[in-house]
Design a protein around this ligand. Structure first.
Ligand SMILES: Cc1ncc(COP(=O)(O)O)c(C=O)c1O
Length: 398
């Protein structure tokens, strides 16, 4: 079959591939300690579910305006102002079919052949492929584990060229949990302003930060609006991954461009999901600190557990719900190595230890594994036991 060049430039999401392999084994009755999923294991809070049910019962099942119902656009601006100190109006807001869709729409509206987009690595798997699909070239900036994988303005400055169109900052980060501190983020903004480059801030994990970090939006910085694009999502903060609601906050002209694109693709996000999202924005936030408290406990358990495994090092993630251990001591040809690459090691872990993880190569970080701790303490303990057994056996055999 002759497929388009733009489709041939991208690959199916590697995280989806891991989930599929784990699901296949689960279907055969194998008990998998699953550190794969990039989504909260908590249910959507009741008040949000009820709003969705009410919307169905009240027949709110018609097309809506392409950029979303006005009350939701208003509520997102109010919520973002209250929680993250921005100052947007509804005409600067569009509701999309999840944050990934927001990023896709924005990148396809602004990036074309010949443009470069700066992406700190490790990166979320979809950033490079969306840029490539749009015809652009991703330019990676490597961050270091000892810096908590947090990118610095000086590193970004070094790779800016006349072709640079955009910098993407995802803080807290999937997969590393890195948080860019506000002062460094503002230095990155200053750089983007000076060079007339767009700064896209992916805030999907904004409310899952651990001490001493706090939720932060670069949209709270003075005179940021003309250069900043904010990507937000209901998925993680409100455990609403399946509802598919995200949003973009940006200058009005860009919102109009994205609306045009959305009008010829998905049209509006699902009407009933919009009413559920409206409740998420207007209703109680009491479930958020409860989830954060649980993630905090799990983070401690997983990081300490990983650090106790021979040959494994692991930084404390500043946010999100992923640990990103370095397992490179177990790769290559050395005495304690038993796989050449993380991808190979992940396959072995799944098949032999029945533990699902995502290999670092997927995120531009060979030598690392992404371990999602969006799973119960009991499953974390079980997974750690299996990892310990697996790596200790490998050590013994070495
Ligand atoms: C960094 C990051 N951005 C955006 C998204 C998109 O989330 P959604 O499309 O569910 O809103 C994800 C989902 O995993 C993510 O990890």
């Amino acid at each position: 079959m002759q497929l388009t060049d733009r489709l041939n430039r991208i690959q199916i999401s590697p995280t989806a591939a891991v989930i599929a392999a784990a699901e296949q084994l689960k279907a055969k009755g194998v008990d998998i300690a699953d550190f794969g999923p990039g989504e909260p294991d908590f249910p959507t809070p009741d008040h949000i579910k009820k709003a969705g049910i009410r919307a169905i019962e009240e027949n709110k099942s018609k097309y809506t305006a392409t950029p979303g119902i006005m009350p939701l656009r208003e509520a997102i601006c109010v919520w973002h102002k209250r929680e993250l100190h921005s100052n947007y109006e509804p005409k600067e807001c569009i509701v999309n079919v999840g944050g990934k869709h927001s990023i896709f729409n924005v990148v396809c509206s602004l990036v074309q052949t010949g443009d470069e987009v700066i992406i700190p690595a490790p990166y979320w798997v979809s950033f490079p492929d969306i840029v490539k699909y749009a015809g652009g070239t991703p330019v990676y900036v490597s961050t270091k584990a000892e810096d908590g994988f947090s990118v610095k303005a000086a590193q970004i400055e070094k790779v800016i060229t006349p072709k640079t169109k955009m910098v993407i900052i995802n803080s807290p980060s999937n997969p590393s949990g890195a948080v860019v501190p506000p002062d460094e983020y503002e230095r990155i903004l200053a750089l983007c302003k000076k060079q007339k480059i767009w700064l896209m801030g992916d805030e999907c994990y904004s409310h899952f930060t651990y001490d001493p970090h706090k939720p932060f939006s670069i949209a709270s910085a003075q005179d940021s609006k003309e250069h900043v694009i904010i990507i937000g999502s209901m998925s993680k903060t409100f455990a609403m991954t399946g509802w598919r609601v995200g949003y973009t906050l940006a200058p009005e002209k860009l919102i109009q461009a994205v609306t045009k694109m959305q009008s010829q693709s998905t049209s509006n996000p699902t009407s009933i999901a919009q009413y559920a999202a409206l409740e998420a924005m207007r209703g109680t936030m009491e479930t958020v600190p409860l989830m954060l408290a649980e993630y905090t406990k799990r983070r401690k358990r997983i990081v300490e557990g990983l650090r106790a495994i021979p040959g494994v090092t692991c930084e404390w993630p500043g946010g999100a719900f992923y640990a990103f251990p370095n397992i490179s001591a177990h790769l290559g040809d050395g005495p304690s190595a038993f796989a050449k690459t993380c991808t190979e090691l992940s396959r072995l872990l799944l098949e032999k230890a029945h533990v699902a993880v995502v290999p670092g190569e997927a995120f531009g970080a060979p030598g690392f594994l992404r371990i999602s701790y969006a799973t119960s303490i009991e499953r974390i303990d079980e997974g750690l036991r299996r990892l310990n057994r697996f790596f200790s056996r490998a050590e013994a055999a070495a």
